[in-house]
Design a protein around this ligand. Structure first.
Ligand code: NAD
Length: 421
């Protein structure tokens, strides 16, 4: 499917989810349903950036702000060829529900630049980061909309965005981004927070299904911030990570991979291909169909779809990526008894520690790592229990239960504030 069509379909899925979840939310006002189905603000910028060869290229960037009823907008920024308005709408909407599921005072947003960073130099990436930040700066800030890393962006990109925004203001504004380097007011634990959260939730879900993490066979699609860090955490806890991949394909070893070695060599380009890691080369399609206990899609949207859902051989799917499973695949997995922990719960660790970073920036405090881990665990444990309780009461899967919890909280906030004027 073409990029724009795929983005439109994602946005439609996000809207339909609201309608489906609303059925389970008591006294849901139809007016509120219409409000929260739609995004509040959509910013599209076409901006120039200088390339290393002296030419000027025009890029298209987006910042979609879905809902800020419960607090400032919050969401990642990605650099990827698939970035378009539809994709941004869906991802911004899911961010709103995610923040509400874990009950932190943020709304949802998402942004990105349509580009292929694999073909760009660091200097070119700095140029697009700074110019994009400049163009959207009237609409962002610690009280308005706070940016964070996502696919192909990192603490350095956040530092450039923070510097550009601060230059415009005339003073340092660390709270405009989270996931920045520690030296600029970043939080301890933020870099690994999404994977740490995913690991905490996986342990809870495995316990619920009656199997331990120790000895569990784990397959991970994506070896970036989320997938790579999750592989490390599973492996340190005694699980067997039997396969991992990146955009070029993956590597499989039925006895368990040496994760450190695999990630170390992954830093060099296309490394899984050249036999440096003890394992057999596989495609991303084959990886998803491996027999395992836990499958973690941690790359992009729409990886588990109608055609491959019948072939999955895992006990549970824990969604590290946003939107990796299509609605058709969701029902196929449910019919086949495969337990699925949805993105808006499973990967919420990142936004939780982003919230801690923002709080520390506003209060000019620095928390210790142990304090952050403890708070993260407490919030996720409570969210998991709340989602599980709704799924039992309403006899729904975990995705629907998480949506009911998140959407219900946002709807209540909208009702209390009322529709202006
Ligand atoms: P990243 O850029 O660090 O890593 C992405 C990984 O996915 C890379 O290894 C890349 O090679 C691989 N990849 C890309 N396209 C692929 C494809 N078509 N098939 C297989 N592999 C592919 O990004 P990240 O921050 O780890 O984000 C991964 C996912 O997790 C995204 O969906 C993102 O929205 C979601 N997420 C990230 C965070 C965070 O804090 N970084 C928080 C919540 C959710």
């Amino acid at each position: 499917m073409e990029g724009a069509e795929s983005g439109k379909e994602l946005a439609l899925t996000a809207m339909r989810q609201v309608e489906a979840a609303a059925v389970h939310v008591p006294d849901f006002d139809p007016g509120i349903l219409e409000k929260i189905k739609h995004t509040k603000r959509e910013i599209i910028v076409h901006f120039p950036a200088k390339m290393d060869d002296g030419t000027v290229r025009i890029f298209t960037g987006y910042r979609v702000q879905h809902n800020d009823t419960r607090g400032p907008f919050k969401g990642g920024v990605r650099y990827h060829p698939s970035v378009d308005l539809g994709e941004m709408r869906a991802l911004a909407t899911w961010m709103t529900w995610k923040a509400a599921v874990v009950n932190i005072p943020f709304g949802g947003a998402k942004g990105g630049v349509e580009c292929d960073p694999r073909t760009m130099s660091t200097h070119e990436i700095e140029n697009i980061s700074r110019r994009f930040a400049w163009e959207i700066s009237p609409f962002i800030g610690p009280d308005i909309d706070i940016l964070a890393p996502d696919v192909s962006t990192n603490p350095q990109v956040m530092a450039w965005i923070m510097d550009t925004f601060s230059t415009r203001k005339g003073y340092a504004v660390p709270g405009v981004v989270t996931g920045k380097p520690l030296a600029l007011g970043g939080s301890r634990g933020r870099l690994e927070a999404t994977a740490r959260g995913l690991f905490i939730i996986s342990v809870k879900a495995a316990h619920h299904l009656g199997f331990p993490i120790e000895g569990a066979k784990v397959v991970i699609q994506g070896a970036g911030n989320v997938g790579g860090t999750a592989a490390r955490l599973f492996s340190r806890a005694g699980a067997q990570v039997i396969a991992i991949s990146d955009i070029n394909g993956g590597i499989f070893n039925a006895k368990g991979l040496n994760v450190e070695k695999a990630l170390d060599c992954k830093r060099r380009d296309r490394c899984f291909e050249i036999g440096e890691v003890d394992g057999e080369r596989i495609t991303n399609e084959q990886l998803l169909e491996l027999e395992c206990d836990i499958l973690v899609p941690a790359a992009m949207e729409k990886q588990i779809i109608k055609s491959n859902a019948p072939k999955l051989k895992c006990r549970m799917v824990v969604e590290g990526a946003n939107g990796p499973t299509s609605p058709e695949a969701d029902s196929i997995l449910a019919d086949r008894g495969i337990y699925l922990v949805p993105d808006i719960l499973a990967n919420a660790g990142g936004v939780i520690v982003s919230y801690f970073e923002w709080v520390q920036n506003l209060q000019e405090l620095l928390w210790m790592e142990a304090e952050i881990s403890e708070r993260l665990k407490r919030i996720l444990t409570r969210a998991f229990q709340e989602v599980l309780a709704i799924s039992r009461k309403r006899r729904t899967d975990l995705r629907m239960a998480a949506l009911v919890l998140g959407i219900g909280r946002v709807a209540e906030a909208v009702k209390l504030r009322g529709i202006f004027p």
